[in-house]
Ligand binder design. Structure first.
Ligand code: MRU
Length: 413
């Protein structure tokens, strides 16, 4: 059947931006602004980090997350350190300062290679500019501009990934995705997001199955929120339902992101990706990795060399939830007023749950962690797994759709 796909039928303009550089109006100092992804979708706080330590904490706690967004965050972290913290008065001292900042931010999380890629890229630029004889003030201004340009470049890369991947989707395809490799995982638009938004606008994708992605629910909290904001039809499933949905014949392609792709094509991505690849192969469904070239690490021959982040067992032993409390009667309002009169109030539970209640605007909000496993049960909580290249149908990148044996040459161009 031939289909005219040249008409755009869907409005996908409402896509969230994850990280940006701006001046904080409260103190007129520059800041790295980001949506706090730990509290989405029920609370949409914007964080402003004015120190390296702030961005580092945001990375470690996953307030900013997703490999390409981490690359931009690393660059902006160094730039904010240079603007607000470095006391260097000579170019040499400044280069030493930003190199130390780069080393520190690169270690915030181990698996996504984009983090050190972003830090290295900014430092390489700074060293080149210094070698060209620029003054300290020009160098400082230069890296601020460069970090912002990296965010803009990331968006362009994602749009190119979208343009490369969309033609692989037959009209009306139903795709399944895992974790969040959407706009929130990048500076803007997303890698998987890029393919989904582009293909949806062209009528090539009609529906997205969103894996919940335990333990931190990046699919249920972030991808579902993004898809709904953009108006892309989606259905949330738990990770354990994915194979059954495939078996039912309801999935035409699986699209996932990547945190690190090795020279042979082995790919680290959010834990649970490997099971999807195995199931997709079993049911004869194409399995695509959507990633920028910056995620390729040709220094590692195979996936067994990828450092896999292990996270706190509490993430699996319980659920973290943030929300707004809207008391609908005066007695409840008074009770919450009293509770929060001295600032945020920590409430302790005999079972071990944790909850903090605080005032937010005219209302109240809570941060909670609810234990729903036996206290002290041993937990194994790797954040990523490695999918062997043989299970990947193709890699959708900004330079086109690649086979595993094209990865090294594409990355070195
Ligand atoms: O732990 P996270 O949320 O940072 O993990 C994110 C992922 O695994 C993404 O799929 C990956 O970074 C690609 S984002 C385009």
């Amino acid at each position: 059947m031939s289909v005219d796909l040249n008409h755009v039928t869907h409005d996908i303009s409402n896509i969230p931006r994850s990280i940006w550089w701006d001046i904080d109006s409260t103190n007129n100092q520059p800041g790295v602004f980001l949506i706090d992804q730990t509290r989405l979708p029920l609370i949409g706080d914007i964080l402003c980090c004015q120190k390296l330590e702030g961005v580092e904490l945001a990375i470690k706690t996953l307030a900013v997350r997703g490999a390409p967004a981490l690359g931009v965050a690393a660059a902006m972290a160094i730039a904010i350190f240079s603007e607000n913290e470095s006391t260097a008065e000579t170019v040499d001292d400044w280069l030493a300062d930003i190199s130390a900042a780069a080393q520190r931010i690169s270690q915030a999380r181990p698996t996504a290679v984009n983090l050190s890629w972003g830090a290295d890229r900014l430092c390489t630029f700074a060293y080149e500019q210094a070698a060209a004889g620029l003054e300290l003030s020009e160098l400082k201004a230069g890296i601020v501009e460069f970090a912002q340009q990296m965010a803009a470049d990331d968006e362009a890369v994602n749009r190119a990934i979208g343009a490369a991947g969309a033609p692989l989707m037959a009209e009306g395809s139903r795709v399944l995705t895992h974790c969040n490799a959407g706009s929130l995982a990048t500076a803007y638009f997303g890698t998987v997001g890029g393919v989904i938004y582009t293909a949806y606008a062209q009528n090539r994708i009609s529906h997205v199955w969103v894996d919940e992605t335990r333990p931190l629910n990046q699919g249920g909290r972030l991808t579902a929120w993004e898809m709904m904001a953009a108006g892309v039809p989606c259905t949330l499933i738990s990770d354990s339902m994915a194979a059954s949905v495939m078996q039912s014949g309801w999935v035409d392609a699986v699209l996932v992101g990547a945190d690190r792709i090795c020279a042979n094509g082995d790919t680290a991505n959010k834990i649970g990706t490997l099971s999807l690849a195995v199931a997709a192969r079993h049911f004869g469904i194409p399995f695509y990795v959507c990633a920028p070239l910056s995620t390729i690490d040709t220094t590692l021959a195979t996936g067994s060399e990828i450092p896999i982040e292990k996270r706190d067992g509490r993430e699996l032993a319980g659920f973290t939830v943030a929300g707004i409390i809207l008391p609908d009667d005066e007695a409840s309002s008074n009770a919450f007023d009293l509770l929060t009169s001295g600032g945020p109030r920590n409430i302790s539970f005999k079972q071990g749950h944790e909850m903090s209640i605080y005032r937010k605007g005219g209302a109240y909000a809570f941060d909670a962690w609810f234990l729903n496993t036996p206290p002290d049960v041993p937990v194994y909580n790797p954040a990523f797994d490695v999918t062997p290249a043989e299970l990947v149908t193709a890699y959708i990148t900004e330079v086109g759709v690649l086979a595993a044996d094209q990865i090294v040459s594409a990355a070195s161009e």
